[in-house]
Every structure is written in structure tokens, then in C-alpha cells.
Design a protein around this ligand. Structure first.
Ligand code: GTP
Ligand code: MG
Length: 368
């Protein structure tokens, strides 16, 4: 009787790979013994070896998987499993395929900052363009306002608006935030922060619709059980064009899109449809991209090369019914202690576009 073989073990393990489209990927490892049964898996399923795509090799104790002409479908989690009579072992690695950049961002902030600093609204009667931030609890609404304030404040704005992590909304009041350019001047932009949407609690959908129409004054404390009544001192009966919201910004966390509840999606769609009827431009700010995509976390400039980001944007578009070109992935200040040019540029890229859309809307309504 022959002796039992050694229990399979790895001498070297698979390493994570990041490659450009069209390039070759090689995953390799070394084991302690030969005579093993080896299987390769991708995302938990046995890898189907495709001709001219996959080459699996063994050279003594060295094992490799070569993936030719890397394509977005090759991105995923690869595992090699070893087995013999004495036992089994496995190790995994992530493969990230950089897509061809499909949207460009100007990674220099000066021009965009200057554009917003000198921006004027087409209609004199309207002194500020109003943006309403709306979305799930903890989506990053308040953090988005913090990030915008940071850009124009020149140093990181103390993050007093945002909550570390909570299941109920941290923001309870309807508040307006203006953007100070330096110490004194104000940009003609205002951002209204709202309570997060929740399944049972949270902001009443009709209140958001009233806010879009300009009926709710700042300082109003949202009541999840009932909508604002016309008798409420915070109810504005005859809002002017200046009181109305000029752009609806739905805020969605990239790392939570896959687990968004249908009831929440329905509420958000209801608000969106109301905004549609009023002709209000609507966009999505997809926050927390760094938590949803390791490529972006490592370097924000890869944002439009990331398959994860693009897939999340497409998912978000079909869930909420908003075209992909109105969806802006952004990263907010979160752990950073210093101002980052890249964080600023990504937010400014979105901001410069939505400011134009809000301005067009105001000009259009003023003519009616
Ligand atoms: N990593 C990371 N964290 C973020 C980002 N944006 C927001 N966060 C974090 O997400 C959490 C929730 O952010 P908030 O800005 O408080 O979210 P909110 O939508 O205002 O939440 P409510 O007011 O409670 O409805 C906080 O811990 C933020 O620091 C981001 O882009 N990246
Ligand atoms: Mg908040």
C-alpha cells in the first residue's frame, strides 16, 4: 500500500489583477504537491473553458489560468480549488477589467470653480437656483451638501450635517444651505436638505411634492405620519418662481442599489413623476462610489472605466426611470482630513451641468 499524499496547500496564492480591456490576464499559484485534482471557478461557478479565451496550464507544482483579450465579462472573482485523497484547499483573486473611458471628467477644478463663481441666473427675479436633495436614509444627502460647501470654502467643511450611520434619518428639518464663496459672497445656489425616505417612517412623499412646488418654508420639521397642512405656519400658500425647486437631485448610495426595497423605489418614482409633470429637471447623484467599487476607491480618476460603477448607474437608471446621462457618480468627503482635487472635480463636473439645467428650467417657466 502506498502512503497517502500530502494534504494540498498553497506555496504562493493567486494575486488580484487589474488590466485594461484587450490585455492578457495571468492568474498563477504554486502548490506543495503534484497529483492534484484542480478546478477553476469564476464567481462561484465552475469556469467553462472557452477556446481562444482561457488557457489552463500545469507545470509541476505551478498552476495558471491565462485569460486572453480581457473583456468586461472577464471581471469577477476567480478561485482555484485543489483536492486529493488527503484533503482540499482553495484560494481566490479579484480580476478588474478597466473599461475604455466612456465619460470624461475635467480633472482640473479652476475652470469649473470660476464658471460657478461668475454664474448668473438668466431671470433677474430669481436670486438663487434651488436644488432639493431627496433619497433613502443615509444615502449621503447631507454629505453632498458638505462636499459642495467644502469646494467653495477652500477647506473641509465641518461635517455636522451628516450622521455616522443610522437606520432612521439624521436630518429631520427642511433646511436650506447656501454656498459661501470665501467669507462673504454667496453663490446663487441653494441646496435644500430633506429627511430620508424610509419604508414606514421617514419623509411623507406628499411633503416632498409640496416642497418641489415651493409650498414648504425652511425650518419645517417633517412629520412622517401626516403631510403638511395649509394651516401650518411653514406652509407657503402662493409660492413664487423663486420659492420653487428648480432641480430635483435624487441621492442614491452606490453600495446599496442592489438591496433597495421596492416600497422605497415606488416612493422615489412617485416623487420623480410629480417632478416630471412640473417639468423640473431631475438627476441622480450616486454617492459612496468608493464603497461600491475598489477600482474607484483606489483612484477616483478610474470612475468612468469601472464596470461596477457603470453597472450600478444602469441599474439605478432602470429602477428609478432616469436616463443614464442624468446620473452622476460622486464621492463625498467622508474620512479625508484634507481637501482633494479629484473629489472636488467629480462633484464640480456634476454641479456645472445641473446648474445649467436648473437655469434653463427657470427661464422656461418665466416665459409661461
Ligand atoms: N465612503 C463614503 N461614505 C459616504 C459618502 N457619502 C456619504 N457617506 C457616509 O454615509 C453616511 C450617511 O451620510 P449622510 O450624508 O448623513 O446621509 P443622509 O442622506 O443625509 O442621511 P439622513 O439625513 O439620515 O437621511 C455617513 O457616514 C457619511 O459619512 C461617500 O461618498 N463615500
Ligand atoms: Mg442628512
Amino acid at each position: 500500500m502506498g502512503s497517502k499524499p500530502s494534504k494540498p496547500q498553497f506555496i504562493t496564492v493567486l494575486g488580484d489583477k487589474q488590466v485594461e480591456m484587450g490585455k492578457e490576464i495571468i492568474l498563477s499559484c504554486e502548490t506543495n504537491t503534484e497529483g492534484l485534482t484542480v478546478t477553476w471557478e469564476k464567481d462561484g461557478h465552475t469556469l467553462k473553458c472557452v477556446q481562444d479565451k482561457h488557457v489552463m496550464k500545469q507545470d509541476g507544482n505551478n498552476w495558471s489560468l491565462q485569460i486572453l483579450n480581457a473583456d468586461e465579462v472577464d471581471e469577477g472573482n476567480y478561485t482555484i480549488k485543489l483536492e486529493n485523497q488527503s484533503g482540499r484547499d482553495a484560494c481566490s483573486a479579484k480580476v478588474i477589467v478597466e473599461l475604455k473611458e466612456w465619460r470624461t471628467v475635467q480633472w482640473k477644478q479652476n475652470e469649473m470653480v470660476d464658471y460657478l463663481r461668475t454664474f448668473t441666473i438668466d431671470i433677474d427675479e430669481v436670486k438663487e437656483l434651488r436644488f432639493l436633495l431627496y433619497g433613502l436614509v443615509g444615502a449621503g444627502k447631507s454629505s453632498t451638501i458638505n462636499t459642495i460647501k467644502t469646494i467653495f470654502g477652500g477647506s473641509q467643511f465641518v461635517n455636522c450635517l451628516a450622521e455616522a450611520m443610522s437606520t432612521t434619518s439624521f436630518t429631520m428639518k427642511y433646511e436650506k444651505y447656501v454656498i459661501a464663496d470665501g467669507k462673504e459672497d454667496l453663490l446663487p445656489l441653494a441646496f435644500n436638505d430633506t429627511v430620508g425616505v424610509e419604508k414606514e417612517q421617514g419623509v411623507h412623499t406628499d411633503d416632498i411634492i409640496s416642497a418641489l412646488r415651493g409650498h414648504i418654508k425652511e425650518g419645517y420639521v417633517f412629520n412622517p405620519k401626516s403631510q403638511i397642512s395649509e394651516e401650518n405656519p411653514h406652509y407657503l400658500k402662493n409660492p413664487s418662481l423663486s420659492d420653487r425647486i428648480h432641480c430635483l437631485v435624487s441621492v442614491v448610495a452606490a453600495d446599496r442599489i442592489a438591496v433597495m426595497d421596492q416600497e422605497i423605489i415606488n416612493k422615489m418614482r412617485q416623487v420623480r413623476q410629480a417632478a416630471n409633470r412640473m417639468g423640473i429637471p431631475q438627476v441622480v447623484f450616486m454617492t459612496r462610489v468608493d464603497l461600491a467599487c475598489p477600482l474607484t476607491k483606489e483612484n477616483l480618476r478610474y470612475i468612468y472605466k469601472s464596470k461596477k460603477v457603470r453597472d450600478n448607474m444602469q441599474k439605478c437608471s432602470s429602477l428609478l426611470g432616469i436616463p443614464v446621462n442624468c446620473i452622476f457618480p460622486v464621492k463625498n468627503y467622508h474620512m479625508e482630513t484634507h481637501v482633494s482635487g479629484d473629489i472636488n472635480c467629480l462633484m464640480l463636473d456634476a454641479l456645472t451641468q445641473i446648474v445649467d439645467w436648473a437655469n434653463d428650467y427657470v427661464a422656461q417657466i418665466a416665459q409661461i
